[in-house]
Design a protein around this ligand. Structure first.
Ligand SMILES: Cc1cc2nc3c(=O)[nH]c(=O)nc-3n(C[C@H](O)[C@H](O)[C@H](O)COP(=O)(O)OP(=O)(O)OC[C@H]3O[C@@H](n4cnc5c(N)ncnc54)[C@H](O)[C@@H]3O)c2cc1C
Length: 490
């Protein structure tokens, strides 16, 4: 304890001690450190954190507090308007410096400006640190014409040519506590958990926090990365890292992941492992690309990057949207994905693409409606990644798949879930059906359905639309907005 005024660390999307530039800078001053998290529900406007991400945040804040306790500190929780609270804390404690890590969402950038100017008027400095959130700052990667990239492969190549030295910062071993801790809220008082406990299965499945994130890295490297290129597309397998919710809440940094993967890769002589780790790291660069696009084209959270897609006559069909959300479309792979999402807060990437294509092309429902549903139900909801991927799926964004490439929900199911293991797990009413018909139960012989205890339209819905007809309709509308390419099946 000391009477020296503290330096404040404003935690945002960086809920960790390791590789945290803002925290390290504050610790380095030698002054007491006051770690603060502010639950500011107004700041993000329409992009206020969704329900599933709030459940995750509850656990993540508890975990961060425990981590801080291990270095003789704690997390001061507050709720309200960020600028006002930081100013008040500075005035109450005599702090003159506040450190934070960069965020890149449009609302977060304007929040930062506002906080900075409010603090500056009172003579308090806000220092913003980069390096902890992204490997490449969005402004630092540009085409030869000095423009932002809109296509992934050249962006990826440019990034690799600019690969920074990867030296994650160590977590501070000790923090000096302020002489007095200001009053704080408990995490329960933030009311992040739902009043109706729909989150029990989700909470049992996941372990938020920095320690769990680091353990997940080790498990993934030891058990799965070598098979990643093949297994990543099979939704019934645990073939992907599941780092996404940890990254979305900043419990781990891309620099920490990159280093861990490189150390693992250099310790092995197998060329297939090296190639698998390279395939995996490419996905980390996709994340960077999403932030690059969001930063340079901030309107893409709500509007298509490709202007002409504004004029596509999307359907308004609340009933279809609801059935899609509830996993009641009659297309087993789509329904399995939507139910996995609802129950666990996560969905396999391959299935995210299929359900996204189904919503935007088979049902012609605007991608923005799908993005909002994901926003509320994903534990890894991330504005940059979600917006870019929904536009990719809908065919209207940066590096989008062409609109005419329409995923066939049945052949995707046959290809990536051939034995129906994923479908059986998430749509149990289909479990007794044979593998040959589980992908399209309406094609099964009535007797087979009967023997499996199923009646279409009662125990499981008829398909909401006919895929072939829906596809033709989508292609016709697409022609109307004047894209000149010939259709292919996905
Ligand atoms: C319609 C749609 C919406 C999506 N919304 C989100 C979202 O809100 N938040 C989110 O984190 N991911 C989103 N994704 C991307 C992807 O599905 C998830 O990142 C991935 O499934 C997370 O699982 P994982 O960590 O096991 O992935 P891995 O395959 O192990 O990949 C490792 C990491 O790479 C990054 N990554 C992987 N795929 C992508 C991608 N397509 N775009 C950008 N980064 C990627 C993620 O940070 C991921 O954690 C979306 C994809 C689609 C098709």
């Amino acid at each position: 304890m000391t009477n020296t005024p503290p330096v404040i660390v404003w935690f945002r999307q960086d809920l960790r001690l390791g590789d945290n530039p803002a925290l390290s800078a504050a610790a380095k001053t030698g002054s007491p450190v006051l770690p603060v998290y502010i639950w500011d529900t107004d700041a993000a406007g329409e992009w206020a954190m969704g329900g599933a991400a709030r459940v995750w945040l509850h656990g993540s804040l508890q975990a961060l507090d425990a981590q801080l306790a291990s270095v003789s500190s704690k997390l001061l929780l507050q709720a309200g308007k960020t600028a006002e609270i930081l100013l008040q804390l500075a005035q109450d404690t005599g702090a003159r410096q506040i450190h934070c890590n960069a965020r890149y969402e449009p609302w977060a950038l304007s929040q930062e400006q506002q906080v900075k100017s409010v603090l500056a008027e009172a003579g308090v400095t806000l220092s913003r640190h980069t390096g902890g959130t992204l490997l490449w700052e969005p402004e630092s990667v540009a085409t030869q014409q000095g423009k932002p990239y809109q296509v992934f492969t050249p962006y990826f190549n440019r990034c690799l040519s600019l690969l920074p030295e990867i030296h994650p910062l160590p977590a501070p071993v000790q923090l000096i506590a302020p002489a007095q801790w200001p009053d704080a809220l408990t995490v329960e008082a933030l009311r992040l958990l739902p009043t109706i406990p729909w989150d029990a299965e989700m909470r049992a499945l996941w372990k938020p926090g920095e320690v769990a994130a680091m353990q997940r890295v080790q498990t993934f490297l030891q058990e799965a990365v070598a098979g990643y290129p093949q297994a990543r597309d099979i939704p019934s397998q645990r073939g992907t890292s599941r780092f996404s919710p940890h990254l979305a809440h900043g419990e781990i940094s891309p620099r920490q992941i990159w280093q861990a993967v490189e150390v693992f890769s250099s310790g092995t002589s197998g060329s297939s492992v090296k190639s698998a780790t390279a395939t995996f790291l490419r996905e980390i660069v996709w994340r960077e690309f999403a932030y690059h696009v969001l930063f340079h084209f901030p309107h893409t959270t709500n509007q298509p990057l490709k202007e002409k897609f504004r004029h596509l006559p999307w359907a308004e069909n609340a009933d279809w949207l609801k059935r899609w959300g509830q996993g009641q479309t009659g297309y087993p792979l789509v329904d399995a994905g939507m139910r996995q999402l609802w129950r666990t807060g996560w969905m396999h990437n391959r299935v995210r693409m299929v359900v996204g294509s189904f919503l935007t092309k088979d049902l012609l429902i605007p991608w923005q409606d799908g993005a909002r549903w994901f926003w509320d139900t994903l534990v890894d909801a991330d504005l940059a990644i979600n917006s870019m991927n929904w536009q990719w799926v809908a065919g209207c964004g940066a590096d989008a798949q062409p609109f005419f490439r329409i995923f066939n929900p049945v052949s995707q199911s046959e290809k990536f879930d051939p034995a129906g293991a994923y479908i059986r797990q998430w749509v149990p009413e289909l479990a007794p059906i044979e593998s040959s018909t589980i992908h399209a139960p309406w094609q099964a012989k009535p007797l087979h359905l009967q023997l499996a205890g199923m009646q279409l339209g009662e125990t499981y819905p008829h398909p909401i639309v006919d895929h072939a007809e829906a596809r033709s309709k989508a292609l016709m509308l697409y022609k109307q907005i004047g894209e000149s390419s010939s259709p292919t099946a996905g």
